[in-house]
Design a protein around this ligand. Sequence first.
Ligand code: ADP
Ligand code: ASP
Ligand code: MG
Length: 457
Amino acid sequence: MKVLKFGGSSVANAENIGKVVEIVKSATAKDQCVVVLSAMQGTTDALIDTGRIAERGDGGFLTRTAEIAAQHLAAIESLFENLDKTEIAAVVDSAVKELESVYEGVRRVGELSPKTLDRILSFGEIASTKMFSAKLKAEGIENEWHDSRTLIRTDSNFGFAAVDFKETNKLIAGTIGKSKTRLHIVPGFIASEREGFTTTLGRGGSDYTAAMFAAALDAEILEIWTDVSGMMSADPRFVRNVRQIPRINYREAMELSHFGAKVIYPPTIQPVMAKGIPVLVKNTFEPDAAGTLIEAESPDTGEIVRGITSIDRISVLSLEGSGMVGIPGFSKRLFDALSRAEINVILITQSSSEHSICVAIEEKHSDRAKRVVDREFEYEINIGKIDPLKVESGFSILALVGDRMKEHTGVSGKMFSTLGHNGINIHAIAQGSSERNISAIIGSKDVRKAVNTLHEE
Ligand code: ADP
Ligand code: ASP
Ligand code: MG
């Protein structure tokens, strides 16, 4: 059993879908396969925008919905040139009608809740997979389409739901795991909670869907098909002369993805790593390129730094004050307050004087963070033991990743002197004890220059 996932650019239009059809045909000729697809490129963004338009009470949502429908119908038109398209065109038509009525509801109440948005977003992945399944059937390739919402169970955290793996594994193994059909097609990104309402797994979440299917079915491999020929030493959109990484281990791949290598959605590695299932990152537009193999242990290539990544839109929170020195419990209370507010901490530093703790979070959570932390320490702030939380925005995190950095001295020295020579100010530094990652917080205005000069070095 193989699981193949194709991202938005791979199914962006009829021409690209045609390439996916060829790849899937040759894969199913050899193995039983599950194919996971994203929505057509741009669809998820367009669905969100349209929801915002409706929420403002603006009737323009109808025009935007018609554009989304047109993108899909145009693809059907050319995919089914000489084939019978009545059934699939009717399926998409009725999905569009339902979408319109949900948007109309949003316009009337003037509110787009995360729950309603998830229902809206499901249109993208449902439509792309139904089109794909119909196209293959029309070409005589037998396949079964499944609604992921009946197979992946999550909590009710709409927009970013957490998966119930026990239940999900059971559901997948009990259906696809028992089936003799050679090809199964499922939408990525969407799932459902206990009461049956649609949930989503976070933007970019189709990779994660694919990893869940691979793990639940003990697949021999998970293939992530995208628009680049594998994981690169840095983001190819921003950095010159990036190198393709032929093989990399799970830990390094996970670290790269958590620190900004968008090619893999961060939670994806965990389920497959637990089962020792290798992941192959391949390029839909260059299927013969070898891609990147992610596995438990990768051969030693002598490289010390595997990749350089960055994350933008970071805020830095600093909790400071003389009252913190030597008194246990301050950091626990800080992290508890952030955790109760469901704010993820990306990076932590604390100076040995314990005079201050500094944490990096996503910028979008900064107002909430300020509120909850100041409330938690209200008493200490009032008596002057600590200062109100300092929040600074406009930062990026820059990270050097590589398992072998721990065996080499001077990597961080070189990193910081390179940044210094290029006039890039470092706001804070963190290195995990695994020494697999050295991170620096710098101003976002410097990030492009920083990644490029470090990559060169
Ligand atoms: P998909 O739609 O197939 O899921 P994504 O856009 O999510 O594709 O991910 C692929 C993109 O990730 C590439 O086009 C590339 O610009 C970006 N990317 C960022 N960092 C890296 C990296 N280190 N290696 C490869 N690609 C990267
Ligand atoms: N369509 C979703 C998104 O754009 C999920 C995905 O593409 O992985 O975020
Ligand atoms: Mg992606």
